[in-house]
Design a protein around this ligand. Sequence first.
Ligand code: SF4
Length: 239
Amino acid sequence: MIEKGRESLYHDYLEIIDLFRSYLRRKTKTEKNQRYQKQGNNAGEENSRVLLGNLYRSIKSCQKCSLHKLRNNLVFGAGNPDTELMLIGEAPGREEDFQGRPFVGAAGRLLTEALERIGLSRADVYIANILKCRPPGNRNPQPEEIEVCFPYLERQIEIIKPKLICTMGNFASQLLLKTSQGITHIRGKIQCYKENTSVIPIFHPAACIYKPGWGRNFLEDLMMVRDELGKRNNSKKIV
Ligand code: SF4
């Protein structure tokens, strides 16, 4: 009897998560279409997909910094071009460079699982990095590389117009928020990025692999992100 009760609660929970996700998708599409129509552009939701495609084609052979010499693939970004939530990391790793997609290695799996735990899938969000090509041996991005590559990310943000950006780790957080404060001080604090877009810094999922104690903070911060999105959409908190 108790088992049956638990099972039915679990099904209710899954149903609520599904409802929340489809509500977010519908709301985002409607709002973006309204925004585009106000601007006299009837292409609506197609627009950001087309613009991102154009941007990708214009940079796929980029040679602005020396990282192009070693790359197998440029890692542009992936996900829903009409999303309200962007997640931004530092640079592609080995697996990402092979596949040409962001966050597909161990850190990516951790991120995917954490998103699922807060009721989102990767198809609901857009994921990108500051650098589009892999630094050798996964070393830190160099200032001259960031300087030439960051405008591509800025353009992606401009096209997608997310309500929230989660910067993952020190590099992305410090760059977008123009601060020298470390991630352990600024994580989980909502800050303004540009008009209508806020930033919530969170730990980088790769760091949570090496410091398992951070995994709990990582999930708590993502729950806060989910709740913040819910508030902005006037929807109910679901957990
Ligand atoms: S890292 Fe950025 S700037 Fe450097 S080659 Fe790749 S795309 Fe171009």
